[in-house]
Design a protein around this ligand. Structure first.
Ligand code: FES
Ligand code: FE2
Length: 323
């Protein structure tokens, strides 16, 4: 039972501080996976959509990807079609990509720049702030209230480093405050050596597969498999010093680089943001990895690779050339 409680963060201080829990130090207790059916059951997946993906704050991307008014990105998270955009006032917004007329998506591309969100089905259009601009034929109808037909908005937070988080809780104020799970996660001491303004998106890629999203989360958060699955890892990560700290809704993975690794800029600061995203920051690149479920048994691993504009071509490719 202890391992389940730890998994959900109910282990309390004892679990995260490594003190004794049920007679065993938390970090040495034999943690096992969740019950097998939780990785396959449609009911569990629906429950997670309601209780996790539309309640928790989700780490999405960096605001430098939508620099200009009208820039937008589209994501699909557990079946929720989401737009993140920048409006004319410079605000970052997020909306459900669902026309208020008959639910056609108002954005059909994965990214781009739009002066207005125009639905191609019957021609309703919305401003970049989500407000309904035109609804041909409806505008003069009695009892029709334009103000009541904005795009459904999604809560947004831009953290101190410029990363965008969303929360799909339909309430005016999300039930779970960002601070409850992520307080100061953007001000980690190990980030002090990085200037997030120096990084720009280099490329994105996706890998789809027949697996439950929690398999990916489990795998990312254990390095038990590292020596066997990634025999090249000791070249750039000092596994002897690998450690993980669970705090609120995130897990910080630590490694102390050897002097040679540090000199090559191979040190990485990796954080898992429950439920489904990790970020790995290094002097030459940042990797954001999202696990996006589309069904109980299908997920997409979605990657964004940012490059430090001051890094040489060789330094930027160093880790991928080692592995
Ligand atoms: S569904 Fe968008 S205008 Fe009809
Ligand atoms: Fe791995």
């Amino acid at each position: 039972m202890t391992s389940y409680l730890n998994y959900f963060g109910f282990g309390g201080d004892k679990a995260s501080s490594g003190k004794a829990v049920d007679g065993l130090p938390a970090k040495q207790s034999p943690v096992r996976a969740l019950p097998a059916t939780w990785y396959t059951s449609p009911e569990m997946y629906e429950f997670e959509r309601r209780a996790i993906f539309t309640r928790r704050w989700l780490f999405m991307t960096h605001s430098s990807r939508i620099k200009n008014a009208g820039d937008f990105l589209r994501f699909n998270i557990a079946g929720y079609d989401v737009i993140i955009n920048r409006d004319r006032a410079g605000n970052v917004n997020a909306f459900h990509n669902v026309c208020r007329h008959r639910a056609y998506p108002v954005v059909e591309k994965k990214e781009g720049n739009a002066k207005i969100f125009a639905c191609r089905y019957h021609g309703w259009s919305y401003g970049l702030n989500g407000k309904l601009a035109k609804a041909p034929g409806y505008q003069d109808l009695e009892g029709y209230e334009k103000e009541q037909n904005s795009l459904f908005s999604i809560h947004v937070k831009v953290d101190i480093n410029g990363f965008i988080w969303i929360n799909m809780d339909a309430k005016e104020t999300p039930e779970v405050p960002w601070e409850e799970h992520f307080d100061n996660v953007d001000k980690q001491e190990r980030y002090s050596e990085f200037h997030f303004d120096n990084y720009e998106l280099d490329h994105t890629y996706e890998i789809e597969g027949d697996f439950n999203w929690k398999i990916l989360a489990d795998n990312f958060n254990e390095c038990y498999h590292c020596p066997t699955t990634h025999p090249d890892i000791p070249d750039f990560i000092n596994l002897e010093t690998f450690d993980s700290d669970l705090k609120d809704g995130h897990i910080q993975h630590h490694c102390i680089s050897t002097p040679e690794q540090a000199a090559k800029g191979l040190g990485v600061a990796s954080t898992y943001y429950f439920p489904n995203t990790s970020m790995t920051v290094s002097p030459h690149f940042i990797m954001v990895q999202k696990f996006l479920p589309s069904s109980p048994l299908k997920s997409t691993m979605s990657y964004e690779i940012y490059r430090n504009r001051h890094s040489s071509e060789e330094d930027f490719h160093l880790i991928s050339s080692i592995t």
